[in-house]
Design a protein around this ligand. Structure first.
Ligand SMILES: *[C@@H]1O[C@H](CO)[C@@H](O)[C@H](O)[C@H]1NC(C)=O
Ligand SMILES: *[C@@H]1O[C@H](CO)[C@@H](O)[C@H](O)[C@H]1NC(C)=O
Ligand SMILES: *[C@@H]1O[C@H](CO)[C@@H](O)[C@H](O)[C@H]1NC(C)=O
Length: 416
């Protein structure tokens, strides 16, 4: 009996020590990864890399954040208490190189602004503002020009003041357009519609553009009642947007676009939207709006700015904004006037040309157009001789209305 008990005791002790050894090995296997990160980091620069272990991502913002030069990433900069971890923390060794880099740099989220338009949102006679903001790249001068001359003209539309802004960052390949700095400086002087931030204008950095823009809105444009944000290859029917907004309250939440439900991350590394499982594990993406163009109220923009500080950066900006929407508990509204994947000719109506202005007349946003197409569309729509009845479509007075019942978006896997 006594022997048996002694044996049990020895067994327990042995098991306990085995457990301790296992735990120790586990810890050891984590630390070299941290060390490797630091070794890989750019020597000499103060680049902060994410080394937080799983689930414990809260870091207090460093008190010196304000005094530090804005573009050096320091420990804890840009992090807020209680932000949520959406992506799976990096076990980076198996990730493709660019994703590894992304994971390490994603806490660098504060960059300085090179060109600003402080007076963009100044009010005239207290009239309501619709700010039209367009993501563009330095080299896409023609796209900016055509937008300026057609749909994104500044001025009064049915009682709303439309103002225009282009959102830019520094070109990733500066030798492709050596004069980009002079160009943007001059464009800004002539048109007063350029915002330029000091980070590389790459696909993965579009989320940086998003958060810097939200911050800019909060600081320089708290007066805007409504904000449209879109790409520079869209055609926007601003009159329809304004008509739609006439029934909306800017002090309430409003987020309208082409809403994508139940989209799955793309797991093929050939795609531009490829997201490795290690970066985003939990199945489908939150509900989000196609980034080609969406509309929100000033109130919602401010709430999204608050949320953007608490959500981890994610390489796809539309999905990132979806995470922010989820964070504030706002369900975006889908609207069939927003065609952010372009127009698919309805097979049931083969007579309907995709370039029929009478068809476009009823839309709000059409994405993926070429510069001449944008010009043509706008010009045809504003042709005084446009007669849609001729095509067999009734020329009825048309109006999109706010607070329309949301129609379900495309089910299943979205093309993104
Ligand atoms: C940058 O642009 C130049 C000029 O168009 C081109 O020759 C070069 O290959 C580009 N570099 C990269 C890295 O894309
Ligand atoms: C984003 O911009 C920063 C600052 O210019 C740059 O260091 C980083 O490599 C860019 N990230 C990506 C993924 O392009
Ligand atoms: C994509 O993945 C395959 C294997 O899954 C790999 O052989 C290939 O090198 C990867 N391509 C890129 C561009 O990472």
């Amino acid at each position: 009996m006594r022997l048996r008990r002694k044996g049990d005791l020895i067994c327990t002790v042995l098991l306990l020590s085995a457990l301790c050894i296992l735990l120790y090995i586990q810890l050891e296997s984590v630390t070299p990864w941290v060390g490797k990160h630091e070794a890989d980091g750019e020597s000499g620069t103060e680049r902060y890399v994410t080394v937080q272990p799983v689930e414990t991502v809260t870091q207090t913002a460093s008190p010196s954040a304000g005094s530090a030069p804005e573009n050096t990433c320091r420990l804890g900069q840009g992090l807020e208490d209680g932000r949520i971890q959406v992506a799976t923390p990096p076990t980076t060794d198996l990730l493709p190189w660019s994703y590894r880099q992304y994971q390490w740099q994603k806490d660098c989220r504060e960059f300085s602004q090179i060109i600003n338009q402080e007076d963009k949102c100044r009010k005239v006679n207290g009239e309501p503002l619709l700010l039209v903001s367009i993501k563009s790249k330095a080299e896409e001068f023609e796209r900016r020009e055509v937008a300026r001359k057609t749909w994104a003209r500044e001025g009064r539309v049915h009682g709303l003041h439309v103002r225009r802004l282009f959102l830019l960052a520094t070109p990733a390949n500066q030798s492709a357009l050596a004069s980009w700095g002079r160009l943007l400086e001059h464009e800004s002087r002539v048109y007063r519609d350029i915002l330029l931030w000091d980070f590389q204008d790459t696909f993965f950095n579009l989320t940086l553009k998003e958060i810097h823009f939200l911050k800019w809105l909060d600081r320089f444009c708290p007066t805007a009642e409504f904000v449209f944000k879109g790409d520079d290859d869209v055609f926007v029917n601003v009159e329809n947007i304004v008509d739609f907004l006439l029934g909306a309250d800017p002090r309430e939440d409003l987020f309208v676009g082409h809403i994508i439900y139940q989209a799955l991350p793309i797991r093929s590394n050939k795609s531009k939207y490829y997201i490795p499982e290690m970066m985003y594990g939990p199945g489908v993406y939150p509900v989000y709006a196609g980034g080609g163009g969406f509309l929100m109220s000033g109130h919602t923009a401010r709430r999204l700015y608050g949320a953007s500080k608490e959500v981890d950066l994610f390489p796809i900006d539309d999905v990132f904004l979806g995470m922010c929407l989820l964070r504030i508990g706002l369900k975006p509204q889908t609207h069939k006037g927003f065609r952010t994947f372009g127009i698919v000719r309805p097979s049931a109506a083969p007579h309907l040309q995709t370039f029929d202005p009478c068809f476009y007349r009823e839309l709000m946003v059409v994405h993926s157009l070429k510069v001449p197409e944008i010009w043509l569309m706008w010009s045809l729509l504003h042709d005084p001789d446009l007669n849609c009845a001729r095509k067999g479509l009734a020329r009825r007075p048309f109006r999109w209305r706010a607070k329309r019942k949301a129609t379900p978006g495309p089910a299943g896997k979205a093309k993104h």
